[in-house]
Ligand binder design. Structure first.
Ligand code: COA
Length: 433
């Protein structure tokens, strides 16, 4: 390559100059999760009055999501591929939209229905060869960079440098803004007796040498705390968090029995605390790849004994799993849940676990229900579901009749809700429970 230092120098501008290149009506794809360029977003929102109808495409948005505020409704419209704390209200109040999509298909959407005008991303400073790492987020971010007409990057020296297919050359970026800031941190889950019981039940389904995928939310991370007596676990996961670092230090996760990417952690994005970010920084054992590779069910299934662990909002008596909405209110998204449930189904020796507390809303509602709430999205179909776990036990649903799965689910429901569910069972199946 040419003299990357002069390219880098020539393309470095102030944040104000960079965001001035975004035009009204542009579709702007934001670097994913804690990989978002928070400073650029802040400056873009400060200049909100310069824009009309800028479409913001983002998935798990971990930052402030200020562009979702009602006062910016004419300037920005959020198109969420996953709803989060900052975007839920905008979606339910009609100021934003939600687009259902499997995570592994997102990069493909940039070639079809969602062509990218601007990619707004975070990168590390260039290394000695003029390459920047995307750090905590390869996922769809790499493809957004490849497809965008304009790429604006916040260069953040606090971004960990990760390897794999998460590296871009300075030539791939049109505009650089240097701004160092801590990476957004995600705290550890709160563990009470319910999480503890769920963790133990899940652990009983995990064997030495298994390769794990860990989903988003409190439960998948809590499960890790109960794996301390396992040996040689591996990670091939959409994301992982601090719990994994703990198990590496304890010698539980070694990746050495993985038959695919042996010895390596494989992930597409990362979220945790500084401890995690320090662990992955320049760590040759951690490989980050785009989501259409990591999450592709056929790729994930190349791991024998792949165990996926995800959580949900509601499971009905047929085993239909809602993981992303409370009635019509979109609270999250499918993310990689189905990608990995299908990956686990295709994996030799694979198992797919949906783990959840038996109740929600401070114990006032059962998560095991006769019928999904009106408006609830079915995330994992009854044909895909495998194991469902609560603090009361394990229901293995795959290959079982509707009658047997309803019985198995009632067994692991909270006792306070069992009488109603049993009455539903008797009416539905014309037999005694
Ligand atoms: N009825 C009413 N409220 C419910 C509910 C139900 N059936 N289920 C959950 N809730 C409420 C909870 O009480 C909680 O409310 P609060 O914030 O007021 O306490 C809120 O919804 C969030 O639920 P909770 O289960 O605590 O969230 P979590 O952070 O543990 O995440 C999921 C759980 C299901 C939202 C999360 O795992 C998810 O988004 N999954 C889908 C995507 C996925 O699996 N991706 C995998 C790869 S990343």
């Amino acid at each position: 390559m040419g003299d990357w230092k002069s390219i880098y120098q020539e393309r470095t501008v102030t944040a104000e100059e960079a965001v001035a290149r975004i035009k009204s009506g542009d579709r702007v794809v934001i670097g994913h999760a804690v990989g978002e360029p928070s400073y650029l977003l802040e400056v873009m929102v400060e200049h909100a009055q310069d824009y009309r109808d800028v479409e913001i495409v983002h998935m798990v948005a971990m930052g402030k999501c200020e562009y979702c505020k009602p006062e910016y409704a004419a300037n920005f419209r959020h198109n969420a591929l996953f709803a989060g704390g900052g975007s839920r209200d905008a979606i339910s109040e009609g100021r934003g939209d939600y687009t259902p999509t499997f995570f592994f298909e997102v990069p493909q959407l940039f070639h079809t229905t969602l062509p990218v005008d601007v990619a707004l991303v975070s990168v590390t400073p260039p290394d000695e060869n003029g390459n920047c790492s995307l750090g905590v987020s390869a996922d769809y971010t790499l493809e957004a960079i490849r497809q965008a007409k304009l790429v604006i990057a916040q260069v953040n020296a606090q971004m960990p440098y990760t390897y794999g297919d998460s590296i871009v050359s300075v030539e791939d970026i049109d505009v650089f803004v240097r701004h160092d800031a801590p990476i957004i941190e995600l705290g550890s889950p709160k563990i009470g007796p319910v999480e503890e019981a769920i963790g133990r039940n899940c652990a009983s389904l995990i064997k030495d040498g298994d390769t794990l995928q860990l989903g988003i939310g409190a439960i998948p991370d809590a499960v890790l705390l109960f794996l301390k007596d396992k040996k040689d676990l591996g990670i091939h996961s959409e994301m992982f968090s601090d719990g994994v670092v703990e198990l590496v230090k304890a010698g539980v996760i070694t990746n050495k029995r993985k038959n695919f990417h042996t010895g390596k952690f494989v992930a597409t994005f990362l979220m945790g605390t500084k401890r995690l970010y320090d662990f992955v920084d320049h760590n040759p054992d951690v490989e980050m790849y785009p989501v259409d590779y990591v999450n592709h069910p056929v790729v994930a299934a190349r791991n024998d004994n792949l165990v996926s662990i995800n959580s949900c909002v509601q499971v009905d008596l047929m085993g239909q799993v809602c993981s992303e909405s409370i009635g019509f209110k979109q609270i999250s998204g499918v993310g990689g849940q189905v990608d990995f449930i299908r990956g686990a189904a295709l994996s030799k020796g694979g198992r797919a676990i949906i783990a959840m507390p038996s109740t929600a809303a401070k114990g006032t509602v059962s998560r095991i229900v006769a019928l999904p709430d009106k408006g609830a999205a079915i995330t994992t179909s009854r044909n895909d579901v495998d194991y469902v776990v609560t603090e009361y036990g394990i229901a293995h649903l795959k290959g079982r009749t509707l009658r047997d799965r309803a019985r198995a689910l009632i067994e692991i429901a909270h006792p306070a809700f069992q009488p109603d569910l049993k009455a539903e069972f008797e009416g539905r199946f014309h037999c005694d429970y």
